[in-house]
Write a protein that binds this ligand. Structure first.
Ligand code: MOS
Length: 713
């Protein structure tokens, strides 16, 4: 069953509206919380007048830093806010949560929030760094690798703007208490992430916190962290003794629920006349929101991509008065690859070497920064197959050489790679008398297809149809499986599903030989064979459903654990190559992506349909990164285009057919399943491939994303 096209098992309930998302949660007596947010970017709150809000119809409570809900400082760092909301009066960013109004209806809460007047002692916010020289305020965090050698052959700087995840489902949390037990329905990339964070800030034992997040409407990193609405809804519900629902507005999501940081990379390279790199230096600068902890290691992709005897990357962090910068699909690597893939193209052109050939000449047969072998790597096959299928050999040698009517036509390519680690996961498989099975773990499905992966792998091991397996995700009371991040879900949870589905067969055989009602009672367990949903011994075969019914037991179950991969000897990554055609209008400068092929080496592919969809979605997101997406900040440090009308993401008309090929090379070292990650791989290199195609079409090299038409005129 592995490696075929399977429809999403949760597809029907999602498109018919039957799948419950956090904000859909209906609890009798629920109240509504509305977040009040700062209207300055930096300073101190000097006063908040809440009298009118408190007197407003339906209002139950107004919490502010002058009347806070008690929240304890977070113990462990996570990619979200540094401090829980309302615990101090300092303003670190525009749109910071400074109040929480709870009322009988959402409209009453929102209207009351509008009646609060806040006074500030303001300071000018710091919101930009391009062109700015390093200041004392800045943090230089890491310098990795050897020193550069030789004369610089090529140097250039590449910049990327703030971006936002723009998941369709906004952040929402519903909290309800039963004595000292909390139940939370919330958006999340992992129920355990919420449970741990809430345990810290509420001061409640995690076993008393039940987190449910069965369906998530997109995450992309923006739901890894727990943002202000999570602790506020829970703490207010505890204080009021009523359930509380809090849903962020779209602008609040932009302001306080994380963004991809702004970056600059300055790449310098030296090489031999035949294009072999002798040194690469990438000085990376990244913004860090003062609301958060996290910063992007933007230059680190340079450490692991091409062979060179000398590679050095640096990281300089510029803290800005913005909410937390956080992980966003291929954090560091989506931006990091734009710079290095552009630079490789520029250097190849300077030397008169074909871009594919340039990459093959610098092919890293060992991990460049450690010298270790790869667990598996077939990137050369990705380049060659991609070039062949795309028709790369017909590419014009000169830039601006192909014109089709009013359109300048160019092609470009780039490398994709992303880490492929395997964490620890436990999964429970249970067999039922009606012949079905459930497979459960705390994992999350953000729209990625993880439900279907669970169903396929359990069905495959149990030898029953996928339709007879019921995957159960997003519940903190399930065995601890992988959170949805780092392209880790399938390669971590998949092997655990397999272990659990094998273990439950042993449990079934034990039941068969020990239960007095069983026709196999008293037999040697070694004589019983499990196959295709049935147990057999001698001439007798019985399906597990019939056996459980005959024995009159409710089911048998087993928990399977797959340990974290610990292998200091190898480097683990997924690989790919992107090839694209871009057309740029001769008169308007409008760029359009018109053809796409991605060839991926990501080990075993469990569900080819959902996997293609993952890569296609990532390429779409990369087209946005390359041509459209940028969040602008005004002088008050407000994200100005904080909505889906003016933050431009690709629409159907912006996206051509995206062809995706998977090489069939299971990685035996990552697991017996052989699956590596695909969730983030697809976006890495996309912006570089497009920038290279734009240059091939027009002769214009744009080193500043997004590549908008004004930069091409
Ligand atoms: Mo992600 S950016 O792996 O949550």
């Amino acid at each position: 069953m592995i490696g075929h096209d399977v429809d999403r098992v949760d597809g029907r309930i999602k498109v018919t509206g039957a799948a419950p998302y956090a904000a859909d949660t209906k609890i009798p007596g629920v109240t509504y919380g509305y977040l009040v947010t700062s209207t300055v970017g930096r300073g101190q709150i000097t006063g908040m007048d809440t009298a009118a809000a408190l007197a407003s119809p339906g209002v139950l409570a107004v919490y502010t830093p002058f009347n806070p809900l008690k929240l304890f400082a977070y113990v462990q760092e996570q990619n979200d806010e540094r401090l829980p909301p309302l615990q101090d009066k300092e303003i670190r960013f525009f749109g910071q949560a400074i109040g929480f109004v709870v009322a009988e209806t959402w409209e009453q809460a929102r209207d009351a929030a509008g009646l609060i007047t806040t006074t500030y002692q303001q300071q000018p916010p710091i919101t930009e760094f391009p062109g700015r020289t390093l200041q004392k305020f800045d943090e230089v965090e890491e310098v990795v690798g050897a020193q550069t050698l030789g004369d610089i052959t090529f140097t250039a700087s590449y910049t990327t703007p703030f971006q936002h995840h723009c998941a369709m489902e906004p952040h929402a949390t519903v909290a309800t208490w039963n004595n000292d037990h909390l139940t939370v329905y919330t958006v999340s990339q992992g129920a355990l992430l919420v449970q741990r964070r809430l345990s810290e800030t509420l001061g409640v034992d995690p076993v008393k916190i039940h987190v449910l997040s069965p369906h998530v409407g997109g995450g992309f990193g923006g739901k890894w962290g727990n943002w202000a609405q999570v602790p506020l809804a829970c703490a207010a519900s505890r204080a009021l003794g009523r359930p509380v629902k809090a849903v962020l507005t779209r602008e609040q999501v932009f302001a306080m629920a994380g963004h991809r940081p702004m970056t600059r990379q300055t790449i310098s390279m030296t090489c031999t006349a035949d294009g072999k790199l002798t040194s690469i230096v990438n000085d990376g600068v990244t913004s860090r929101g003062l609301g958060g902890n996290w910063s992007e290691s933007v230059a680190n992709w340079t450490l692991t991509t091409y062979a060179s005897p000398n590679i050095r990357v640096t990281k300089t962090i510029m803290p800005l008065n913005l909410g937390a910068a956080t992980v966003m699909r291929a954090p560091g690597e989506a931006n990091g690859s734009f710079a290095l893939e552009s630079a490789m193209d520029e250097l190849a052109e300077q030397l008169g070497i074909d871009p594919v050939e340039m990459r093959l000449r610098n092919y890293a047969t060992l991990v460049p920064n450690t010298g270790k072998p790869w667990s598996s790597k077939h990137l050369d096959e990705c380049y060659r197959r991609g070039a062949e299928e795309f028709g790369w050999s017909r590419r014009a040698k000169q830039v601006r050489a192909t014109v089709d009517g009013d359109w300048l036509v160019g092609t470009g390519m780039a490398t994709a790679t992303y880490g492929a680690s395997r964490g620890q996961a436990s999964i429970k498989v249970r067999l039922y008398p009606n012949g079905t099975a459930s497979v459960s773990g705390t994992a999350a499905d953000l729209g990625t297809g993880q439900y279907t992966v669970f169903a396929i792998l359990a069905a495959d091991e149990l030898g029953i149809p996928v339709a007879r397996v019921r995957p159960e995700l997003g519940d903190s009371t399930s065995p601890a499986a992988a959170n949805a991040g780092g392209s880790n879900s399938t390669c971590t949870n998949g092997p655990a599903v397999q272990v659990a589905a094998r273990s439950v067969q042993t449990e079934l055989i034990t039941l068969a030989v020990t239960n007095p009602r069983s026709p196999f009672h008293g037999k040697d367990p070694a004589s019983i064979v499990y196959r295709d949903g049935s147990v057999s011994s001698g001439g007798l075969t019985m399906s597990f459903g019939t056996l459980l019914t005959t024995c009159d037991v409710g089911g048998v179950e087993a928990i399977g654990t797959s340990p974290r991969l610990v292998d200091p000897e190898h480097g683990y990554r997924s690989f790919g190559a992107h090839f694209c055609e871009v057309r740029v209008h001769r008169l308007t400068g409008e760029p359009r992506v018109t053809r796409w092929l991605s060839v991926c080496d990501a080990g075993t592919i469990v569900n080819t349909k959902a996997a293609r969809s993952q890569i296609q979605g990532a390429v779409v997101m990369g087209i946005g990164q390359a041509l459209l997406e940028a969040t602008e900040v005004d002088a008050s440090a407000r994200f100005t285009n904080a909505n889906l009308a003016s933050y431009l993401v690709p629409v159907h008309a912006d996206v051509p057919r995206i062809d995706v090929r998977f090489l069939d090379h299971p990685d035996p070292l990552v697991s017996g399943l052989g699956a590596k990650g695909i969730g983030e791989l697809g976006i890495v290199g996309v912006a570089g491939a497009i920038a290279n195609a734009v240059h091939h079409a027009t002769g214009v090299r744009v080193r500043d994303l997004p590549i908008t038409l004004d930069k091409l005129l």
